[in-house]
Design a binder for this molecule. Structure first.
Ligand code: PGA
Length: 253
């Protein structure tokens, strides 16, 4: 039985005070988590203080939004795996479409980051998803196949238990357009088949695959009810206490 993950990607939003009160509000709004891991992914600067606000609450973690593929050294502006580990960061979002689109992250760079994270016991949340043009051209599955296959290149079978995948159609991110639950579930099912062909059915059956793209409290229930959807990567709605709590509650149902 796969557990759900509800991860809030704050992107480049919120102040330190807003972040702390958001997390307090969310934690006050939820009870004991039985089926869900909740992850807060603030900007790097706030990771440590958000970790302190979480205060070891069970099934609640922090994630970085990115990480350098380098070990250490002269890489101005970058943050390394050991720095993330140092502050107790368990997860890192890698290959988000905004990183691919605005910062030129290729599948190869994303793969280097995935391997680096795994080698240092940080769980990667590997994001994949097609653009609107690719969607219109019927290329969704070929794009996803390439991103999944290249993103997981050289990842061992054993390490796959630490990998989380997130399917985020680029045309649904921040646009208010959501994939239908059926369409998302279908793509998630295809991702499972790709992973099965790369590894085996036990790896693909236990892989948590999150959906992302305009998820909110009002549509989360129908998305999370789908067999192959194991949680959500939430952007805009993760910045609002009521919305994020609503999404977590629909995951716990
Ligand atoms: P959104 O962002 O929920 O605002 O569409 C999702 C994401 O980019 O992870």
């Amino acid at each position: 039985m796969r557990k759900n993950i509800i991860a809030g990607n704050w992107k480049m939003n919120s102040s330190s005070e807003e972040g702390r009160s958001l997390v307090k509000g969310v934690l006050d709004g939820i009870h004991e988590l039985k089926k869900t891991t909740v992850i807060f992914s603030p900007p790097f600067l706030y990771l440590k203080e958000i970790k302190d606000v979480i205060n070891n609450r069970e099934n609640v973690s922090i994630s970085a939004q990115n990480m350098s593929q380098q070990e250490n050294g002269a890489f101005t502006g970058e943050v390394s795996h050991s720095m993330l580990k140092d502050i107790g960061c368990d997860y890192v979002i890698l290959g988000h479409s905004e990183r691919r689109q605005y910062y030129g992250e290729t599948n190869e760079i994303v793969n280097e980051k995935v391997l680096k994270a795994l080698a240092n016991n940080i769980k990667p949340i590997l994001c994949v998803g097609e653009t609107f043009e690719e969607y219109e051209a019927g290329k969704t599955l070929s794009v996803i196949k390439e991103q999944v296959t290249k993103g997981l290149n050289s990842v061992s079978e054993g390490d796959m238990s630490s990998v989380v995948l997130a399917y985020e159609p680029v045309w649904a991110i921040g646009t208010g357009k959501t994939s239908t639950p059926e369409n998302a579930d279908n793509v998630h099912g295809e991702i499972r088949k790709i992973v099965e062909s790369l590894y085996n059915s036990s790896v693909s059956n236990s892989l948590q695959i999150l959906y992302g793209g305009s998820v909110k409290a009002s549509n989360s229930e129908s998305l999370l009810a789908m067999e192959n959807i194991d949680g959500a990567l939430v952007g805009g709605a993760s910045l609002k206490v009521d919305e994020f709590v609503g999404i977590i509650k629909s995951s716990e149902q």
